[in-house]
Write a protein that binds this ligand. Sequence first.
Ligand code: ZN
Length: 411
Amino acid sequence: MRITALLLLALTALTSAVSYHGYKVVSVTPRTTAEAQVLQNAVQQLQLEQWTHPQSLGVPVDVLVPPSLAYVFLSGLRARHIPVQVKITDVQAIIDEQAATRTVSQSLPRAFDHTEYHSLDEIYSILDGVEADFGSLVSSYIAGTTYEGRDIRVAKVSSGGGDTRPVVWIDCGIHAREWITPAFCQYFLDQLTSGYGSNSDVTALLDTYDFHIMPVTNPDGYEFTWSDDRLWRKNRVPNDGGCHGVDLNRNFDAAFGETGASGNPCSDTYYGTSAFSEKETQTVRDALGALGDRVVMYYNMHSYSQLWMFPYGYNYDLPANYDEQNRVAGVGVAALEAVHGTPYEYGPIASTIYIASGSSVDWVYDSAGVQYSYTIELRDQGSWGFLLPADQILPTGEETFAGVVAAINAI
Ligand SMILES: [Zn+2]
């Protein structure tokens, strides 16, 4: 057993092309506009990757810092008395530790297991098992395929009604490194399937709505985070010039290519060659199109920061039904917070996190006409960030399930 684990560790080390040895996650808290400008200048000049983008002063900004730049970055900020805290001293050490503590089984799982994160093959195997166990309730369909030929699957959960009921759509894993989101989609699916007929709330929900759940919207990127680069965000399409990947949540036809997205193919927020240039975004567009006006609520899941947001992202305008979307978000957040006391904020994307053009929720609201179009940034607030430990899958699932169900019941 121990030898197998060591062997797997060695194999992981061999196949892992990108190492974050010595990389730090530094939390910087600018208190004035001038301090915020100093931070922005440093991030740009040193070409650092900023992990969070809070809009308010006095809120920590997380920055990933390679070891070669740590001294100049930290000493520059400290010289100006800007509060800094090193939250993670060695990113690779955490990646390695989390990989090592994973229990690897010889065969693919066929049932839900929320104690650890699962690879794409494992998630699809679990989906097959659930379909076999709950055949009358769950059927999955292949909504599209990726650049690298992987299936993009959707689990449809329906207790009847012959495809006439209103639909709640949830997609997870659009950003590859946000592992908690595919885990959340699995938890949500588990609650629906195990609760139908035994839990009166779930039963009532499923006798009213159909659910279409896409557990991994970006399968190529997700696989890449398991094989090569744990912190990869985009899909894996090869771009002109040699860099890979389009930020799928900048590729929707909603103010495409404008503020809050990059035209640089090497950027983490590269918007692509045209709106809907990517197979993954085409797949979401077409799957929603096939469901038509049955879709009443849409969720696009992300991590991290603990935010529940809605349009608009592409500018500071408020949606026509702002009051209603804001009310329902408030109901969801209250129910979520009641479970484990996890604090959330809610509001329009632009004023809550940042301006972002080409995002799915804006397109879904503007063009698909879905009146409740939400994007949720799950746990945490930066202690672990994208490396959220697996023991937080269950509490994250519990609270977010409660929030989403309360929001659905509030419409
Ligand atoms: Zn994201």
